[in-house]
Design a binder for this molecule. Structure first.
Ligand code: ADP
Ligand code: MG
Length: 306
């Protein structure tokens, strides 16, 4: 199959979307945004052996790539609409592309986002770049920069599972629940929407809680006291690893794609699926406590090209 046949067969598969005036096939897509909405645009690249082991199923590679982007959309409080894909692969194996396409459309249909264009290249290493645009009402996007002294610090879901799952995958001891959290993360779009007008700052956790948390504390004298025994650690994780490792995965492990946000307790008391893990002060530093004792941690959060 040549490139055009591959695109037709595996990527030109959108269901009807009234917002797509011209989709795949022309030089560019023509899209109809809802009136009185602001556009939120995100992009993320996943590269083989850096962001995922080369042994994982192509369907999971595609699914994760969509989720990494949807998680940024969630952290902005937006509703996803359209996506483009730049895919680099290293052979023309139809089976690989078919499986990739399956994972991609499973993710896209589940979160109602349409693939409206892309690019297909052949090179040594597999790389997947996805860009998604979403919509939010004017001035309602959740931002990183509004945290206040006295706010509480919250996270969604459970944290540390993906890092634990990746470790098991690398050791060839996959544990379903944990490895699924790495391969098939859940973007917190619904909670992101609920946080509009309530969270003072929000970010998604892709590099680890401590590392990402710093990004909402920058340029301020803000500090945080985190209570380790409040961290939402799943039973699946604590059944596999001792408590020190669980804390370490929860604080430094990447790939959870949960949200981390700050808010006044009374503003978020009706939202389910969130856990308060600490509170903000004017110390300028992040400290972790276990009962009343300071618990020492290195900041090992994942940073590329460190
Ligand atoms: P151009 O040369 O103008 O960039 P291409 O020949 O690369 O266009 O692509 C033809 C059409 O197919 C375009 O509409 C493009 O957006 C779409 N397309 C190409 N690759 C992909 C892909 N991997 N997924 C979805 N759409 C794609
Ligand atoms: Mg063109």
């Amino acid at each position: 199959m040549d490139e055009f046949e591959l695109i037709k067969k595996f990527f030109d598969l959108n269901k009807i979307d009234s917002g797509v005036v011209i989709g795949i096939g022309d030089d560019g897509a023509v899209l109809e945004p809802n009136i009185n909405k602001q556009q939120v645009q995100v992009i993320d690249t996943l590269v083989e052996n850096i962001h995922f082991p080369s042994t994982i199923d192509p369907a999971d590679i595609a699914y994760r790539a969509v989720m990494a982007n949807l998680s940024d959309i969630a952290a902005m409080g937006a509703i996803p609409r359209w996506m483009t894909l730049s895919l680099t692969i290293n052979n023309k194996n139809d089976k690989w592309i078919e499986s990739f396409s399956k994972g991609l459309f499973e993710a896209a249909e589940h979160y109602r986002v349409s693939l409206v264009g892309g690019d297909l290249n052949f090179a040594e290493n597999i790389s997947v770049t996805i860009s998604i645009s979403g919509e939010v009402s004017p001035s309602q996007a959740l931002l990183r920069n509004g945290a206040q002294i006295g706010d509480s610090l919250y996270v969604t879901g459970t944290i540390g599972d993906a890092a634990g799952g990746l470790e098991l995958l690398k050791k060839n001891k996959p544990n379903n629940e944990l490895t699924q959290r790495f391969l098939r993360p859940t973007p917190r779009i619904k909670i992101g929407r609920e946080l509009i007008g309530k969270a003072t700052a929000a970010i998604d956790i892709s590099d680890g809680l401590l590392g990402d948390l710093k990004k909402i504390l920058v340029d301020r004298n803000l500090g945080v006291d985190i209570q380790l025994d409040l961290l939402p650690i799943s039973e699946a994780l604590s059944n596999q690893f001792n408590s020190h490792r669980c804390y370490s995965f929860a604080l430094n492990g990447g790939d959870d794609y949960e949200l981390c946000f700050t808010a006044k307790d009374e503003d978020v008391s009706n939202i389910s699926g969130i856990t308060k893990v600490g509170s903000l002060n004017d110390s300028g530093i992040i400290l972790c406590y276990l009962q009343d004792n300071i618990y020492k941690f290195e900041d090992e959060s994942y940073r590329h090209f460190k």
